[in-house]
Design a protein around this ligand. Structure first.
Ligand code: ZN
Length: 497
């Protein structure tokens, strides 16, 4: 089964600078939003059809015109800042009332601008390029970024419930919070902050030029995501279960690093990963091992290619490792030189050479020998297939075991200092504990429904599935039957104990 990646939707964002241009506006997306909930971001959003109805003065680039309008409308909707000419005559109260008109739908943005003789001038905006959400995401945007300055006497605020913690922050402080794993940020925000922070001489035009060049060089393509300076998520296209299309490979550490789930067998996918790994080796960084998290086919396959590649190119002998059960189950399909023990500590180094630890947690249930990886210091859990950001987790006997799975989830939930997680499919998750609790609650609710179906005389797993999974697409029914079987086994073992 090979699912196509989602088509990106047009979007715009504003990198809003304060009056002296030392700080940039960011805000936290409401953690309840399904797309990048809890992430810190610049104000922005999807292009609206009506944005093309508004003309922008002094706009030489007609392709960009509607995206400037989208950006202006979005920053007004989300942060209450009106980036228009002739807007200084409006009082704070009038702006708030116009905001209310826009959000409630009483007026559209074109009407507001026309009624108040306000206009957008392209000279107030500097285009810094576009970036597209990586292919692994079920929702994708092609977002155009613009730098603008906040007008005097306007103070941004959380103008809609989708945004919170709106603040001006120096790029350096923002990056510090990200490095300490206090916030999650998406790649384009990170790239912009890094460029602005680098610019010691406060030469804004130079930053704009560099950002634009970076975006143009790769046509806005993002191959990997730096979750923090210790962990890189590198989605690779694999034959995984829809709606997921990719498996996240993780590179943890820098001066000493490991590669987890180099899962793709596709040459062009692997070439992109090799490019990054090679650049690390060329900088003198040491790859300690290549790990397979568990035995499913969308998690292994590329590790031997990577191992061979590093041998041929650099003469390195890097062991491939996994939990003993995984290694034994994959005999003949993959070769392992090392076993990972439950709770084994892997010592790594960051870019500055500072040591840190990753703990390999044996968390069976989805598969025997399944490993998760935990950086307790940063509160960051790599949850492999136990909790994922895209798709659902299949517990299919005989490999899957519901009792083990729920015990594993319980253990993951109680990890000390747990903050964020990233699974093998989809984006990172801001509220790790909340997400794991949601998973546990979902399974227990399903179990209750199954018990009720049994009370109502459903006999076989198939009959129970028909009752419990009403409305499910027919092609997904066999998987649902498997899941019901897993619940039945759990209930049976509880009755006999
Ligand atoms: Zn799996």
């Amino acid at each position: 089964m090979n699912q196509k990646s989602a088509t990106p939707k047009d979007a715009s964002a504003i990198i809003l600078l304060n009056q002296d241009e030392s700080k940039v506006l960011w805000a936290q997306r409401n953690p309840k939003i399904s797309f990048l909930g809890g992430f810190h971001a610049f104000p922005g959003g999807k292009t609206d059809e009506t944005d093309a109805q508004i003309s922008v003065k002094n706009c030489a680039d007609k392709d960009l015109e509607k995206f400037i309008v989208s950006a202006v409308r979005e920053v007004f909707e989300e942060a209450g800042v009106l980036l228009v000419r002739n807007g200084e005559k409006l009082t704070k109260g009038q702006r708030a009332s116009l905001h209310d008109d826009l959000i409630s739908g009483r007026s559209n943005f074109a009407e507001i601008l026309a009624d108040w003789n306000l206009w957008i001038d392209a000279e107030d905006f500097f285009y810094t390029g576009h970036w597209t959400t990586p292919k692994f995401s079920p929702v994708r945007f092609k977002t155009r970024f613009f730098i603008a300055q906040c007008p005097p006497k306007q103070t941004p605020y959380a103008a809609i419930s989708e945004m919170q913690n709106v603040e001006f922050i120096t790029p350096k402080e923002a990056l510090k919070r990200w490095a300490n794993s206090e916030v999650l940020i998406a790649p384009p925000v990170l790239i912009s902050l890094q460029e602005l922070a680098k610019n010691e001489s406060a030469d804004l035009q130079k930053s704009i030029k560099t950002l634009l060049e970076k975006s143009q060089k790769c046509d806005g393509t993002i191959n990997f995501i730096e979750l923090n300076p210790r962990i890189i998520c590198f989605p690779l296209k694999t034959e995984t279960l829809p709606p997921a299309t990719h498996t996240n490979c993780f590179i943890v550490g820098r001066k000493e690093f490991i590669v987890i789930d180099a899962a793709s067998k596709d040459e062009s996918e692997l070439a992109k990963l090799f490019e990054l790994v090679d650049s690390f080796i060329e900088r003198g960084f040491r790859c300690k091992e290549i790990i397979v998290s568990h035995l499913h086919k969308d998690h292994f396959g590329g590790e031997t290619f990577l191992q061979n590649h590093l041998h041929e190119r650099f003469g390195l002998e890097i062991p491939v490792s996994a939990h003993k059960i995984t290694a034994e189950s994959l005999q003949g399909k993959a070769a392992f030189q090392k076993f990972i023990e439950a709770d084994e500590i892997i010592n790594l180094q960051d870019e500055a050479g500072a040591s840190f630890e990753i703990k390999a947690l044996h968390t069976p249930g989805h598969a025997r020998g399944h490993l998760c990886f935990y950086d307790a210091e940063r509160g960051f859990l790599l949850s492999s297939d136990n909790v994922v950001g895209a798709g659902t987790v299949l517990i299919a006997p005989p490999e899957g075991d519901m009792t083990d799975y729920l015990n594993s989830l319980e253990r993951m939930k109680n990890l000390p200092n747990l903050r964020f997680l990233c699974g093998s499919h989809g984006a990172a998750i801001f509220d790790a504990r909340g997400k794991i609790e949601e998973y546990i609650a979902h399974r227990l609710k399903r179990e209750k429904q199954i018990l009720k179906a049994i009370e109502e005389n459903a006999k076989t797993a198939e009959e129970i599935t028909q009752i419990v999974y009403q409305g499910l697409k027919p092609e997904l029914l066999p998987l649902a039957v498997k899941s019901v079987e897993a619940h039945l086994e759990k209930l049976k073992s509880e009755n006999s104990s």
